[in-house]
Design a binder for this molecule. Sequence first.
Ligand code: DP6
Length: 338
Amino acid sequence: MPADNACSATAIAHPNIALCKYWGKRDAALNLPSTPSLSLTLAPFRTRTTVTWGAETDCVVFNGVENTGEESRKILLTLDRVARSMATAGAPRPPCRVETENDFPTAAGLASSASGFAALVVAADAAARTRLPDATLAALARQGSGSATRSLQGGWVEWPIGERPDGADSHGRQIAAADHWDVRMLVVLVRSGPKEIGSTEGMNHTMRTSPYYPAWVAGAAEDVVQARAAVLGRDLERLGRVTERSALRMHASMIAADPAVLYWKPETLLALEVVRAARRSGVPAWATMDAGPNVKVLCEAADSGVLVERLRGAGLDVQVLVPGGPARLLEPATATSP
Ligand code: DP6
């Protein structure tokens, strides 16, 4: 039963896929990145989250099942941070109920933590009636999961490493809206189960043990400069080259860790080969991969049909995503009657 002054709000957010990757942290406590990144927010995949601020007890329900593990701990920690950002900071956070669901595989390298923490901070801000400034919400999302700071924005988003020690200048910023460029991102689903090593653990281990990690960081800023210019000039060839290079260099850094972080499966290589063969045959397409074996393929809208046919022809499972909008409230916050 909710408390007398309980308030609920529901938000949705789309995942994003980085074209220039974030892999490594310059400050673990504030979750600040070692590399700048640039991403595209993607629909129709989405997370939908309802926060009730003032419930009987803390409770997190994840895809219909109560969760008491690491995910719920991180979610409740984010609500603690929202409470600390309030004007009445110092007052204890009331118990909260969080119900969150993804309409796509969770923790499989499809950016579910990005859409998850973006939807969470938007819903929590409305339910707690805090009305925090956008930059504060972006920092709260970043502390939940770095890539979430990009999912607050729609379309093409850059996340700089920032210069300030407190990280106030390190959050997602839109460089072009979703309707700027009608590209497609094809998702080749190689495995839908949760990944063996989470991205936080994978990047920390890469930082500690990979001799290639410094080289990865050294090239990242120039990649973002190139990618930004390519997005603004709608130059797919230029963007595609940087996209594939950034993903492969990130994976090279983790494969060189000790022991290696190796997410690839046989179908991962098969998908990469279909993409490279498509390019050789004159169909422009470039691949990217995150902390998992799934492959995403960037292409023009007009070429997506033939690429889907070729990938499915190779026995692969493919879904088509389009540029998506920002995280948003579904309905105004409502007082929950006891
Ligand atoms: C490979 O944002 O999940 O998807 O900040 O530790 O929660 P934490 O990591 P997370 O890492 C995403 C890594 C990536 C690349 C990217 O999205 O830029």
